[in-house]
Ligand binder design. Structure first.
Ligand code: ARG
Length: 229
């Protein structure tokens, strides 16, 4: 008698991103970041064997859609349009979008000062959609890699950048060289969740694990490690 795959669960393939610091990134050939460690903890709690598959954000939704990966954990904001096409786990991170401009820019103090301005952000991201909704801007430039938008802002090829708060923060602290500053309030409240195709059979277990990690202090410890108190 042959029982296929007897007892052994096939590892789930989990898409991560190679450049979304400090959440998920590849450095010295290693996958690092808050989300990489959070996922490890989730998988351990849920007793889910897995394999990480690093790629660009542009590739991630396609990979989930085509089944190349079973899910992705990569700063994916939950929104209505995505919910129509995908399923999400319970959210594990509350955040928002922020506005960046040159340190010596006296004109841009909030999103009300973006008339006739050129704004850079990541193509396909929620900030790209958000920027497109601001009245009177001159151009919204979408970059496949957000690092190139940051560079163009430093070199004054852009008036402003709009992007995810924690990534902006990380950039300011590590590569801003004092040339850029954050201005105004948090623009749009967002939360991150794991994205899968609809009806993914593992979501229940994953949500259970997220809840358990919140209760046993693991989540808090990871948060403090990556973001401070
Ligand atoms: N949170 C934004 C979004 O969902 C930006 C995501 C950036 N994530 C990434 N893996 N690069 O559109």
């Amino acid at each position: 008698l042959l029982i296929a795959g007897c007892g052994e669960e096939k590892p789930v393939k989990v898409g991560i991103e190679s450049n979304f610091r400090p959440f998920t990134y590849t450095e010295d050939g290693e996958n690092k970041g808050f989300e990489v460690e959070l996922w490890k903890a989730i998988a351990q709690k849920a007793n889910l064997p897995y394999e990480l598959v690093p790629m660009t954000q542009g590739e991630l939704s396609k990979a989930v859609k085509s089944g190349q990966v079973d899910m992705a954990i990569a700063g994916m904001t939950v929104n209505k349009a995505r919910k129509d096409n995908f399923a999400f786990s319970d959210p594990y991170f509350q955040t928002g979008l922020v506005l960046l401009t040159a340190s010596d820019n006296e004109e841009i103090k909030s999103k009300d000062d973006l008339k006739e301005k050129v704004i850079g952000t990541k193509s396909g991201s929620t900030s790209y959609i958000y920027a497109g909704g601001i009245q009177g801007t001159k151009e919204i430039r979408g970059y496949p890699d957000i690092s190139d938008a940051y560079t163009d802002l430093k070199n004054k090829k852009l008036d402003a950048v709009i992007f995810d708060e924690r990534n902006v923060h990380h950039f300011l602290q590590n590569d801003g060289e004092g040339k850029v500053k954050m201005v105004g309030e948090v623009l749009n409240k967002e939360s991150y969740a794991i994205v899968t195709k609809k009806k993914n059979k593992h979501l229940g277990r994953i949500n259970g694990a997220i809840e358990a990690l919140g209760k046993d202090g693991t989540y808090e410890a990871l948060y403090v490690k990556w973001f401070g108190s």
